[in-house]
Design a binder for this molecule. Sequence first.
Ligand code: MN
Length: 188
Amino acid sequence: MSQETIEFHYGKHHQAYIDNLNGLIEGTDLAELPIEEVIVKAEPGPIFNNSAQAYNHSFYWQCLTTPQGESNAPSGKLAQAIDEAFTDFATFKTQFSEMASKHFGSGWAWLLVGKSGKLEMLAMHDAGTPIQDGLKPLLAVDVWEHAYYIDYRNKRPDYLAAIWQIIDWQFVESQYDATAPSSLMLPE
Ligand code: MN
């Protein structure tokens, strides 16, 4: 992932969601609430869209790290749970990339803990987030065009093939081990 992608995606797209949200909730009851509560309380519309996008992007950045090579993989309880849900890690990666690459239009690909307590993968449209349904997100991959267009142009599958080398599995594992979604570091 190039510096230019980070500069635009983090510095401009993500920042715009934060700025829009701050403007929308300034002086309202929502202004002092944790972002997760803003998302749950928001009606469909601009406050939901901007709060969910602010949250999703913060989550996404924390899922990424420096290049770790082809062998980058989860360990411990999370690795076991992935094997149980998807047969093995290689199958999980193939299925997740396929789901994310076939998702029509803008949105997010998630690994999450479903209502049953088992791991599930889910593609959600636009600002969709597991938080709105009370589900625990573990891994977020942005599939909006702005996430890959600078580096990969129209080739979303190439972005998805490369991203496995920069997933921060320690962060994903920490989310799986946590009893509730952790509070995220949000930009000002
Ligand atoms: Mn994005």
